[in-house]
Design a protein around this ligand. Structure first.
Ligand code: M6R
Length: 588
């Protein structure tokens, strides 16, 4: 969840690190800090708050030196405070560490270190790493070896960057189950949680594997594997560009990304020749088939399952990634697991992949980040091709996932190709025109404490997605569910004036959903219909264009994304940085 960046260069690095921090801030924004070495002194500045506030308060950019590490935090162990912000220094302040992950055995390690005289300044799990490395460094006098020896004592997940006061030429990094990559620039080298941190300087990247340790100087990177042997790996070029991560004229990334969707749906439809067919073949052949994902990606997985079950007649279970362990008995050789993830780094997802792979199951992934851990662990990969998604709320990645999932299902059904993407892009553009109407709804409902979203059949996951978006961006309590479930409990919560969104395209489930809307209205609910066809039961009607049934969720979700975004703005929340959340959830 935290954002890491380190840089060693021929020039001062504080400005480069500050810019990098801004770019990885979406990974965590509780606190931030930076350490550099200059004149044989290691200096640390850090504090609670957003990067911009800390820069204003402490002047991170004034730190001198051609080498440095910086961090944005999403708190796990230890509250949000100045002292718990990273970097953490060792007792003698000779070693500084930044960390993304959780050290599960930090308490016994802390106890052992304290008994040897180490004094701790924070409540974090991370600080033990600084002390451990300091102790190892005193023994082996080698940054890479000291880091390697220290990490062998850690249990849990980590991506770390380490600096040594008496080695102003070296940054050491190490990873296990948390992302860490090297950026190869001209006269500067980077270590970061993701490519966005340094994309301004280079698009040449080396992906580190679990248990590898890297020593970075401004001339290159030396990678050592868990057996102590050097690993030679060439950089790969990433497709993303700096222009992809600019907000352009939009007030927020979230709004920009919502508006990118006419292009997203077309981009996602273009896949490498033969890849969709290969994916579909493995889906069809699987003795047992699972789909797994978290959050919004899980909702896209539910949509995929619906068509696989109903149209392709394939039995498949969708399981939230953090719960796949409970279904491990049905995995094994011959099983296939379809994994959906924007980031390809979500810890729950990667844990599910680990469990599935261990059982012998094949991993078929639908992922946005091409070089991510998920992509690298998969047997077949389909990419979302929607460019970086910076807003914490998943928007364009969801619609891209729905497109790719449909390509796969159509191939499973034996269709040579899926058509209609130009028309779909145009329909999404039309759906975006609902924004004015959405602003009207926000005006009427922005201060309501509860919101409900219901739908039937294939559209049920859209209701769940609408509720998730509203919760995370506006902090309003929202629930999304199949409309059929209302009468089994939730109807008790409906009072005069309760807003309920009914997603109800024309088709098989239309009449039943209208009945649900009537039942809601009879109990005082104010029903907001989202559909291609109007009905008198709706107090408000948001019209979306009619597209092929399999693509309806794409046009239906657009007004729901806009609703959540404008709710957030009306309630003075920052839609790009919702409280307590982070973009890439790399802790379990
Ligand atoms: O990167 P992933 O798709 O694996 O992320 C999964 C969830 O963490 C993510 O969808 C999360 O629920 C979003 N904040 C929802 O908007």
């Amino acid at each position: 969840m935290c954002g890491i960046i380190g840089c060693v260069a021929e020039e001062p690095v504080a400005g480069i690190l500050l810019e990098g921090l801004r770019r990885v801030e979406y990974r965590g924004y509780d606190s931030a800090g930076m350490a550099t070495i200059s004149g044989a002194r290691l200096r640390v500045k850090k504090g609670a708050g957003r990067v911009v506030e800390i820069e204003e308060r402490l002047g991170l950019s004034s730190l001198k030196g051609n080498i440095g590490i910086a961090h944005t935090r999403w708190a796990t162990h230890g509250g949000v405070s100045d002292k718990n912000a990273h970097p953490h220094a060792s007792c003698r302040e000779s070693v500084a560490v930044i960390h993304n992950g959780i050290i599960e055995n930090y308490l016994p390690l802390k106890k052992a270190l304290t008994s040897k005289g180490h004094r701790f300044k924070s409540e974090t799990d991370t600080e033990v790493i600084a002390h451990l490395i300091e102790a190892e460094y005193a023994r082996v006098k080698d940054p890479l070896k000291a880091t390697s020896a220290a990490t062998k004592k850690l249990k849990g997940q980590y991506a770390i960057a380490v600096m040594f006061q008496d080695r102003p030429d070296v940054i050491v990094g190490a990873r296990k189950d948390a992302p860490l990559i090297v950026g190869v620039g001209d006269g500067k080298m980077f270590l970061a949680s993701d490519v966005l941190a340094f994309i301004e300087h280079t698009d040449r990247t080396i992906f580190l594997e679990n248990f590898e340790v890297v020593e970075l100087t401004r001339n290159g990177a030396k990678i050592v594997g868990p057996n102590g042997k050097e690993v030679r790996r060439k950089p790969t070029q990433v497709a993303w560009e700096l222009s992809d991560i600019s907000k352009t004229d939009y007030a927020h990334y979230t709004l920009k990304e919502i508006n990118e969707q006419p292009q997203t749906v077309v981009g996602a439809s273009v896949q490498e020749a033969g890849r969709v067919a290969e994916f579909a073949k493995m889906v069809k052949r699987a003795k047992s088939l699972f789909i797994t994902a978290s959050g919004t990606s899980y909702h896209a997985g539910l949509l995929m399952k619906f068509r696989l079950n109903k149209e392709a007649g394939l039995r498949c279970d969708v399981v939230v990634a953090g719960e796949l362990r409970e279904h491990a008995g049905f995995l094994g050789k011959g099983a296939a697991v379809v994994v959906l993830s924007q980031s390809g780094e979500t810890a729950d997802v990667m844990e599910a992949v680990k469990i599935a792979k261990k059982s012998g199951a094949k991993i078929l992934s639908i992922v946005n980040a091409a070089g991510s851990s998920l992509a690298r662990e998969s047997d077949v990969v389909l990419l979302l091709n929607c460019g970086p998604e910076v807003g914490v709320a998943a928007t364009k990645s969801f619609t891209a996932q729905v497109v790719v999932a449909n390509l796969v299902v159509d191939a499973v059904l034996g269709k040579k190709r899926t058509n209609g993407f130009k028309e779909l892009g145009e329909a999404v553009r039309v759906a975006l025109e609902t924004e004015k109407q959405i602003l009207g709804l926000v005006k009427s409902y922005w201060d309501r404490p509860d919101f409900y979203f219901v739908a039937r059949g294939y559209e049920s996951p859209v209701a769940m997605e609408g509720a998730l978006k509203l919760k995370e961006l506006s902090y309003v309590h929202a629930e999304g569910m199949p409309a059929s479930e209302l009468k089994h409990g939730t109807l008790a919560l409906i009072e005069k004036g309760t807003p309920v969104v009914v997603i109800n395209p024309s088709g098989d489930a239309h009449a039943d959903s209208l009945s649900s809307a009537e039942e809601l209205k009879a109990r005082g609910a104010e029903v907001i219909g989202v559909s291609d066809t109007n009905d008198s039961v709706y107090k408000h009607f948001v019209q979306v264009p009619k597209v092929q049934a399999k693509f309806m969720p794409i046009v239906e979700v657009i007004p729901l994304q806009l609703l959540a975004y404008h709710f957030a703005v009306a309630r003075r929340n920052d839609p790009d940085y919702p409280r307590n959340l982070a973009k890439s959830v790399t802790v379990k």
